[in-house]
Design a protein around this ligand. Structure first.
Ligand code: CMP
Length: 141
């Protein structure tokens, strides 16, 4: 079924100037970009987005990294978009990411891991709404 998922190109990948290469992978996989914005997240925005991880030992580093430079945030739409995007990204830890995935090709470490993608349709709904109003999303059929 057609789904939406929230994707973030993280500060490391923006700094490497590979936004276009990553967009190309989404498009070649049949995912359509239906909303996008570049943001330099505030600490409050990053903490709110990752609230589910706030008890984890890596939370402070995660928030520090995600606020270290601009990110590109997009809504991807397509058949089975949540899982399809996760397949494209590869494992969270780039050392475990399959060859040819975004993280295998562009990521340095588990913190600087190039991209974020929603992990379920339920989190996609929350994460899309965190960054975009319905009037900012342009369904393209
Ligand atoms: P992301 O998909 O953005 O969701 C939370 C992020 O926390 C994750 O990608 C990683 O970049 C980062 N992170 C750092 N350490 C860990 C860890 N041990 N387990 C999961 N995520 C981690």
């Amino acid at each position: 079924a057609t789904q939406r998922t929230l994707s973030i190109i993280k500060p490391d990948a923006v700094a490497k100037n590979v936004i276009g290469e990553i967009y190309s992978r989404f498009e070649k996989a049949g995912l359509k970009i239906v909303a996008a914005k570049m943001l330099h997240l505030s600490r409050e925005q990053a903490e709110g987005f990752y609230a589910e991880h706030k008890e984890r030992g890596f939370f402070a580093d995660l928030v520090g990294f995600m606020t270290s430079g601009p990110v590109m945030v997009q809504v991807l739409e397509g058949d089975d978009a949540v899982a399809r995007n996760r397949d494209l990204m590869g494992a969270t830890n780039p050392k475990e990411a399959a060859p040819g995935t975004i993280r295998a090709d562009f990521a340095q470490s588990i913190d600087a891991n190039a991209v974020h993608g929603s992990d379920s349709p339920e989190s996609a709904q929350r994460e899309v709404a965190y960054f975009f109003g319905e009037d900012e999303i342009c369904p393209r059929g």
